[in-house]
Design a protein around this ligand. Structure first.
Ligand SMILES: [Cu+2]
Length: 358
């Protein structure tokens, strides 16, 4: 997915296809530039936020591609979410140990205002911040209705504010982030609030100092994603067969998740308990009885049916479960009645399984 998106961004610059590798070329450059010419004016730099693999739609790549970018004051970052369904944020001002990362969720409701919506703050944030400091109190952002706009408007240029969050933007959306003309040269780290593997460094250099060429940005992104695709195949192939009556929900690599149930179909005897385990960083939410959207408040609440409860059909929602800091890494149901019980992970469209009870 990197290639076409990145090419579109580069094409928007009017940069010759000759140096981008996109579309029709007119020949091989003898000396491809390694830095932007100093006379070229502001640059637009494309970074992919997350990644996808159309051959493996249940693999979710959780990194910035590429994860190191250099830019000049006044340049613009095009932050492209190339995934089909995965939300991300681009967030400056969270420490590397995440100790000041603001609260992500309001239990039983959804994302907090500071995590879900754009927030530009002249004040630093803490782990207990739930609303944008200095902004008028506002309810958590509503789920977007209809088709989301292709571009997400951000409230202000980034000038090195203590906290700057794009808010959640969805698969297919692009956040356009201008850097202010007066941003100080230096390294600015940014993360995605939703995915702890996602971090990148933007290095702002003085006007006139070299930055990477557009094609170098694209090729670095492609190399990084290619390595992660290889890792995904290794992760998916390496899942050990779970113990009888156990399903592993998802599998994670260094910066990717495989959103599948292992096994996806399981046959048990009436009266047997099935336990789902997820020690990874990517949460899952089991839903039996109907499908719900990723934004449904049921996703963010306690289990509708307590772990280990008897189950014979109807709605059952596990709530989010994963490794720390999630409160539980397992969910279980005791299947009392013969039948076929399909289920999904509410926050990962396409992630589905079936329990057959004999
Ligand atoms: Cu993310």
């Amino acid at each position: 997915m990197v290639g076409p998106r990145a090419c579109a961004g580069v094409a928007a610059l009017g940069v010759a296809a000759l140096i981008t590798g996109c579309g029709e070329t007119t020949g091989t450059p003898v000396n491809a530039p390694t830095s932007a010419p100093s006379s070229s004016g502001p640059s637009t730099l494309t970074v992919n936020v997350g990644g996808a693999d159309s051959a493996h739609p249940l693999y979710d790549f959780l990194a910035f591609y590429p994860s190191t970018i250099s830019a000049h004051p006044g340049d613009t970052l095009r932050l492209v979410n190339p995934t089909k369904e995965t939300p991300h944020t681009v967030t400056f001002g969270v420490l590397p140990d995440h100790s000041n990362q603001p609260a992500l969720l309001t239990p039983g409701v959804g994302f907090t205002a500071i995590a879900g919506g754009p927030c530009v703050s002249t004040q630093p944030v803490t782990a207990t911040t739930t609303t944008c400091p200095g902004a008028p109190a506002a309810p958590p952002p509503a789920a977007p209705a209809g088709t989301p706009p292709a571009e997400v408007a951000l409230p202000a240029p980034f000038s090195g504010q203590p906290f700057y969050n794009s808010g959640i933007f969805l698969g297919g959306q692009t956040a356009v982030l201008p850097l202010s003309a007066d941003i100080k040269p230096g390294a600015y780290r940014f993360i995605c609030l939703l995915h702890p593997t996602m971090a990148a460094t933007l290095t702002v250099v003085p006007a006139g100092s070299p930055i990477q060429a557009a094609d170098a940005l694209t090729s670095a992104a492609d190399r990084q994603l290619a390595a992660d695709r290889t890792d995904a195949a290794t992760v998916a192939a390496g899942v050990a067969t779970p113990a009888d009556g156990t399903v592993q929900a998802g599998a994670v690599g260094k910066e990717l998740t495989v959103n599948m149930f292992f096994p996806s179909t399981l046959t048990v005897s009436a009266g047997q308990t099935v336990t789902w385990k997820n020690d990874g960083y990517e949460p899952h939410v089991l839903v039996f009885g109907r499908t719900i959207t990723p934004e449904d408040p049921l996703v963010f609440g306690a289990p509708t049916l307590g772990p280990g409860s008897a189950y014979a059909g109807g709605l059952a929602v596990s709530g989010l479960f994963a490794g720390k800091p999630f409160p539980s890494s397992t969910y279980a149901l005791k299947f009392t009645t013969a039948g076929s019980y399909p289920y999904t992970s509410a926050i990962h469209p396409g992630m589905a399984g079936v329990i057959t009870v004999q």
